[in-house]
Write a protein that binds this ligand. Structure first.
Ligand code: SAM
Length: 238
């Protein structure tokens, strides 16, 4: 998979693309990420990327020409990119969307800044995505959130595929179960006995029950959805 990012602050991505699971995935060539400075696609002498809003009002707006210029140049390289625009009022990002994006050959993420992008940029956009109901200073953190969730789902990126299946919101549609590691007792808090038993079927049952409890408490609508889809029976909920 190839991911292109358009931003006015490319330096923000340096650390993210160098460290941890994402850094390793790039090093191993499982995914390629190219961060482009929108300013490099300007054609005027002063390399201007923003301008005042028509009709007045505060702040600046990202101009359409450099973004269109970048899209036109980059889309000539390889498969047509699926274009995501980060927007506070976009569709709320979730695991389902991350899975969908992870199956695409190429993404192009446009990071807004200032008051946002000129509305005409939306002609290029396939999906406007929000990472939550709050306003950030720019689309760079949302782009990193989207990339992190998507790259992590790319085959080969995580060593142990099982760890994906046990994740919240994955196959079973439930939230993840509680995890413990050594020591078995810490400051008087003991790891649940069943996890020390070595009895795999019992451990599996306990984990499912804990996942159900957490989901019922924090997102009962997910349980209703699973019931409607016939993926969860009343018996399992007892
Ligand atoms: N004028 C916008 C408004 O009324 O909501 C706010 C613009 S915000 C300061 C600048 C840019 O940050 C946005 O264009 C968008 O790209 C990005 N952004 C801010 N919050 C976001 C969020 N929750 N999800 C996705 N992108 C966000």
């Amino acid at each position: 998979m190839r991911i292109d990012v358009l931003t006015v602050l490319p330096g923000l991505f340096d650390c993210f693309l160098r460290e941890g699971v994402i850094g390793k995935a790039l090093e191993r060539g499982l995914v390629s990420v190219n961060v482009y400075n929108i300013r490099d696609f300007t054609t005027d002498k002063h390399r201007v990327v923003d301008d005042v809003p028509y009709g007045g009002g505060p702040g600046m707006v990202l101009k359409p020409e450099p973004i269109f210029g970048a899209y036109e140049k980059l889309s000539k390289e390889g498969p047509k990119p699926f274009v995501i625009l980060t927007e506070p009022w976009g569709e709320k990002f979730n695991q389902e969307m991350a899975l969908e994006f992870s199956k695409l050959p190429r993404l192009l993420i446009i990071c807004g800044r200032y008051e946002g992008v000129d509305e005409r940029v939306k002609k290029l956009v396939d999906r406007e995505v929000s990472i939550g109901d709050y306003v950030l200073t720019g689309g760079e953190l949302p782009a990193m959130v989207i990339m992190d969730a998507v790259i992590r789902l790319t085959p080969g990126v995580l060593g142990n595929r099982e760890s994906l299946e046990a994740d919240s919101f994955m196959d079973r549609g439930l939230m993840g179960y509680p995890n413990y590691t050594r020591p078995a007792e810490f400051k008087g808090m003991r790891v649940p006995e069943v996890l020390l038993s070595g009895h795999h079927a019992k451990i599996e049952r306990w984990r499912k029950k804990e996942s159900l409890k957490k989901t019922l408490k924090r997102a009962p609508e997910l349980i209703e959805k699973l019931k409607r889809e016939g993926k969860l029976t009343e018996e399992e909920l007892k």
